[in-house]
Every structure is written in structure tokens, then in C-alpha cells.
Design a protein around this ligand. Structure first.
Ligand code: G
Ligand code: G
Ligand code: MN
Ligand code: NA
Length: 249
């Protein structure tokens, strides 16, 4: 409850920051970063997003926090090589907010980022609510040239009907299926099938939670388009990106 109350002042008091995790085309070409929000509470310390995002969501604060993340992340991306993308996670409240698509395009204009350099990540839980509006929103973003990813694919309320009805550019395979890839035949079958499914639908695939060289090699061999995870790079503050890029090139 104390946390909940301090969430109201956190934006105003500048307590949020963003870390960026590399997105890599196998074997080792960096193609962008995913923005991951952090909250540094003055007394409690770092509070992870899976703790405070649901709180902010239920208190009606997540749309504003999400807009702050979007703007910071797009601004940051303008300082990177011009072919790098930036991926931003959307919460249901933010996505369903009136005028969301206008805000996104205004933000791109304001910071001067090309639409195709922005990737918006939605989870299946976002799509559960108010389905016709969702489709309009995704179609509008798609027409603007923004890339849309389906995050955490294979968990929660996964349904193949989303793949049939919504215009995704990329499917992100949840790390649950990646973690035992080396030893678990079932995970291999599932991941291979998701890759085939995505490619058959003209979508790209990102594997999340890649932690070992063996996983990366297996995914590369199976035609996975992009890798993300501690093996490729951990989430880092913006001022660490230059050094990371120098060391990886
Ligand atoms: O960074 P970390 O692994 O702790 O992230 C945990 C969860 O929080 C992930 O599911 C991630 O998608 C989510 N998350 C991180 N940043 C944001 C954000 O800016 N907005 C939303 N809605 N979710 C985020
Ligand atoms: O749900 P989403 O994909 O947005 O979650 C991203 C979260 O996954 C971030 O909080 C990030 O810290 C975490 N993460 C990123 N790479 C790895 C990894 O290789 N292993 C594990 N366990 N978590 C990871
Ligand atoms: Mn994500
Ligand atoms: Na995920």
C-alpha cells in the first residue's frame, strides 16, 4: 500500500528509468533493443516492472507511465545507428486509451524517429479486451509503418485465432520454451513448430530468454530470425550501450 501511494508521485519525481536489452540477428548482428522500465524507489530500491506495472494498471497510472517510456525510448533510439529498432512493451490500459495511435504518431514526429524503427510489443492479454477496437488500433499502427510484435507467445491465453486476425510482424517465443531446449525434445518440437507457423504466415520470430551458446546455435540452425537473452546481452542503462556496441563489433 505504501508502494501504491508512492507510485502516484514517482513520475513527477523522476524515479523511473529504462534499461535496454539487445535484439540480435543470428549469429551476432545487433538489430535493436527492447526498452524495459525500472522504478527506483527512494527507500525500497529497484522495484521490477512485474510488481509495479499491474499496480499502476489498476490505479489508472499505467497509460501515463507507458507514454513516458515510449517517448524516452524513441528519443534514445534517435541516437543509435539508423537501422536499429527500439521495442516498447504496451500495457492493456495504454493500448486501449482513447487517442493512443495519435499519441504514438505524435511522439514519433516530435522526436524525429521513423515509424519503421519502432516496434510495439503486445501480449495476448491486451487482445482479450474489446476485440474490434483492438483490431482497428493494430491496423492503424500497421498502416503507419510501425512494427507489431506478439510478446510471450505460447503462454497465458494463447490462441491461434490471434494470429489469424491480427497484423503481427513478429512473434516472440516465450522463454519458457527456450530454457530446456537443449535437453527437452518437446520444447524443440514446439519451438520448431512456432517458427514454421510464423514463417508460413509471413511473420518473423524472436526467441526470448536465450541464455546459452547451445540454445543460440540450435535456434540459428532452425531459422529463428532474432535472439534475445542473457547470452546475447543483459538489459543495460543507455550510457552502457556505446561500450556494448564497440565490444560487439
Ligand atoms: O525487465 P523485466 O524482465 O523485469 O520485465 C518484466 C516484465 O515487465 C516483462 O514482462 C516486460 O514485458 C514488462 N515490462 C517491462 N517494461 C515495460 C513497460 O515499459 N511497459 C509494460 N507495460 N511492461 C513492461
Ligand atoms: O515479457 P518480456 O519479454 O517483455 O520480458 C522481458 C524480461 O525478460 C525482462 O525483464 C528481462 O530482464 C528478462 N530476460 C531477458 N533475457 C532473459 C534471459 O536470458 N533469461 C531470463 N531468465 N530472463 C530474461
Ligand atoms: Mn517484451
Ligand atoms: Na516475454
Amino acid at each position: 500500500e505504501m508502494l501504491r501511494r508512492s507510485l502516484r508521485t514517482a513520475l513527477r519525481e523522476n524515479q523511473f528509468s529504462i534499461e535496454y536489452q539487445p535484439l540480435v540477428k543470428p549469429p551476432f548482428t545487433i538489430v535493436g533493443f527492447e526498452a524495459l522500465v525500472r522504478w527506483r524507489h527512494p527507500l525500497v530500491g529497484i522495484i521490477p516492472p512485474n510488481v509495479f506495472v499491474p499496480m499502476a494498471e489498476s490505479d489508472g497510472l499505467m497509460s501515463e507511465i507507458g507514454q513516458w517510456v515510449l517517448e524516452q525510448a524513441c528519443r534514445q533510439a534517435t541516437t543509435w545507428p539508423s537501422h536499429f529498432t527500439v521495442a516498447v512493451n504496451l500495457s492493456p490500459a495504454q493500448f486501449l486509451h482513447d487517442g493512443f495511435t495519435d499519441r504514438v504518431s505524435q511522439t514519433l514526429d516530435m522526436v524525429g524517429l521513423r515509424a519503421d524503427r519502432l516496434e510495439l510489443e503486445v501480449t495476448e492479454s491486451v487482445l482479450l479486451e474489446k476485440t474490434t477496437n483492438n483490431l482497428d488500433t493494430l491496423n492503424t499502427l500497421n498502416v503507419l509503418g510501425i512494427q507489431i510484435s506478439l510478446d510471450d507467445f505460447g503462454t497465458y491465453y494463447s490462441s491461434l485465432s490471434y494470429l489469424k486476425n491480427f497484423p503481427f510482424d513478429t512473434i516472440k517465443i516465450d522463454r519458457y520454451f527456450i530454457k530446456d531446449l537443449e535437453n527437452d525434445e518437446k520444447s524443440q518440437v514446439i519451438v520448431r513448430s512456432i517458427i514454421a507457423l510464423a514463417h508460413g504466415l509471413g511473420m518473423a520470430v524472436t526467441a526470448e530468454g536465450v541464455e546459452t551458446r547451445a540454445q543460440a546455435l540450435w535456434l540459428e540452425r532452425e531459422g529463428c530470425d532474432r535472439l534475445q537473452g542473457y547470452f546475447l546481452g543483459v538489459p543495460m542503462p543507455p550510457n552502457a550501450i556505446d561500450a556494448y556496441l564497440r565490444q560487439s563489433s
